[in-house]
Ligand binder design. Structure first.
Ligand code: FES
Length: 233
């Protein structure tokens, strides 16, 4: 178990939790978090928002029963963390853009810190949050509220684009990148049970068959994903 140092609400239903300890992780990976005994049964997968030598941070949305439980935790409370899990964003060369929608910005902060000043596009419904944290790591930072963020992204300008956000936004980005040289990577979200590739509960359809979001992903090349089919299997 690890000690929670802070757990602050930073927007409606959005919280930033800092947990004490020495943790590892690459950009786009996640941890399985648990702060209860037997119920709710499943741990919750939460992306790494930030890593420091003596702590890890998670930016999460309190939507379901498990994440609402996380939101009620106070400094000094304990939480169980397992990870890091998953294949995150790849190491890339060339000009890179990060595109995040809503709570999908969560894995992009640590990612931005690992890259050499990418352009960063962040979109929100209602109100923005955490954008000032991204600013020092961005070559150009574009923030849009209640607007179609993708209209601002000139995809051909980039060698690589990493996208995390609502499924519809990632699918629209995939369509925009069709036929371009630009490599587009998306970070998919699915309910997970085991988090380590053992239960097949998180499978999605791809061009190369069913793949597991937890262990084959959560990051996939956009053209691999079978967007035209129902993603879940
Ligand atoms: Fe069990 Fe992915 S959550 S295989």
């Amino acid at each position: 178990m690890h000690k929670i140092l802070s757990n602050n609400q930073i927007a409606q239903d959005v919280y930033l939790m800092t947990v004490e300890g020495t943790f590892e992780g690459r950009m786009g990976q996640f941890y399985m978090l648990r702060a209860w005994g037997h119920y709710p049964v499943l741990s919750r997968p939460i992306s790494i928002y930030n890593l420091e030598p003596d702590s890890i941070q998670f930016l999460y949305k309190a939507g379901g029963e498990g994440t609402a439980r996380f939101a009620s935790l106070r400094p000094g409370d304990s939480i169980q963390l397992e990870g890091p899990f998953g294949n995150g964003f790849p190491e890339v060369d060339g000009k890179t853009a990060l595109v995040g929608g809503g709570i999908g910005i969560a894995p992009l902060f640590y990612t931005a810190r690992q890259l050499d000043k990418p352009d960063i596009y962040l979109g929100f419904r209602g109100a923005s949050y955490m954008t000032e944290a991204f600013a020092p790591y961005a070559s150009e930072l574009v923030v849009r509220v209640d607007a179609n963020l993708l209209l601002d992204v000139d995809m051909q300008k980039y060698d690589n684009i990493f996208v995390c956000g609502p499924l519809g936004m990632m699918e629209a980005a995939a369509r925009m990148a069709e036929g371009l040289e630009t490599k587009l990577y998306v970070s998919l979200e699915k309910r997970m049970a085991c988090g380590i590739g053992a239960c097949y509960g998180c499978s999605v359809r791809t061009a190369s068959g069913n793949r597991k979001v937890c262990s084959d992903g959560p990051v996939f090349q956009a053209q691999e994903v079978a967007w035209h089919e129902k993603l879940s299997v």
